[in-house]
Design a protein around this ligand. Sequence first.
Ligand code: ATP
Length: 424
Amino acid sequence: MPNLAQLLTSKSSAEYQRVFNICRDISSELEDVDGVYVVGGVVRDLILDREPGDIDLSVVGDAAAFSLALASRLGARSPIESQFQTFKIDSEKMTIGMPSVDVVTARSETYTEPAALPDVTVGTIDDDLKRRDFSVNAMAVSLSATDWGNLVDPANGFGDIMRKRIKVLHDGSFVDDPTRIFRAVRYSIRLSFSLDARTKSLIEKSLANIDILSGTRVRNEFELMLTEPGLVELLRTSEEIGLLAAISPGLRIGSKALLVLEEMAENDSVPSDQTDLLALLTFGMNEDEAAQVVNRFQGPANWGESIVGNAELAKHVAVLDKSDILPSEVVEILKPVPTASIRAYVEAGPPLPRRDRLNQYLEKLQFVKPDTTGADLIDAGIPEGPVMGKLIEVIRRAKLDGQVKTKDEELELAKSRLPGFLTN
Ligand code: ATP
């Protein structure tokens, strides 16, 4: 069995080494702990000499006692049991730059139905590795003093890292958990690995199972995609293999949006705001497709506003090409549209006069407000009530169109229009 002690001591940063050393000490002290392993992504990333993410530990034995001792020595709050026998030690309050630590009880998992949550039973480290997604994520390195650094690699993940390939552990893997399809594509792009031939064919056969996943699970996976540095390539590949269409038939990334995103990626200016990114990605989808996509993701109320907003804007945007359109009319058309959709249109829409109007709205028109306040109207003798709001709106429109310039002119306008509102 190869020994990777070198990785634990010289390749990982001081914070990781500190966690590993504490794990070694605790595993010698606790009688009910038979083994402690660092597993999954950290092992993969250390072998690849990439900066690892949060630490996943697998404990053979009493993981609750182990995680409590670990949290205490790290100066962290008591661990929280997130799922059955899984304990999260949050990096908050620990040293800056410290990763969070997830501790699981080594277990085996069985799926009674496709895409259901698995049945869990306590098991060995080999069982724990067998339940994982891909060979490159199914390696463990021992942190116990007695076999410190020993690699446990039943699926030959090490070999697959050398061959640069993502390989699933068994044929039913994507049926058990279709979120692994998203994960496979994500890792292959992130690590510049290829999908091994059998894995690729299993993905193709399992795409329809994405339908069984809840909206929340699909949304989580989709949102993880959006945070990947190789987003453009990831989207392109996802479209090519039919993953986007498997989420929702109308979900596709238009070629223009991809070009825009590619340029943004080159300039390091991909929108960090998720709403902006969603608007750009879904630019060009029609109203029905947009509604279907939003419905599929079952997000919180405002989640898909910019996706639906794109289709809404597309219905009205041509009017903005009229040369005699007034600024107040531009505002009236664009006010109900999410600004993320307007920004997406500026980036990906045609270079017609409408683009200037959209920019004017974003930069200036949306912020125009009267100088006159409700208190000013009362001082001017205007009765309190709904009429005040209507007069403020009249003033705003007049200001937008350059018909009033000063506060005095605004008040004059309000007084002159008051009788009309009172008689209505
Ligand atoms: P990342 O850098 O993306 O966080 P990671 O490999 O650490 O990579 P996590 O999502 O944090 O990914 O998962 C930790 C480990 O848990 C994985 O390496 C893998 O072994 C296992 N795992 C996570 N999700 C699944 C899944 N859906 N099916 C099987 N194993 C999984």
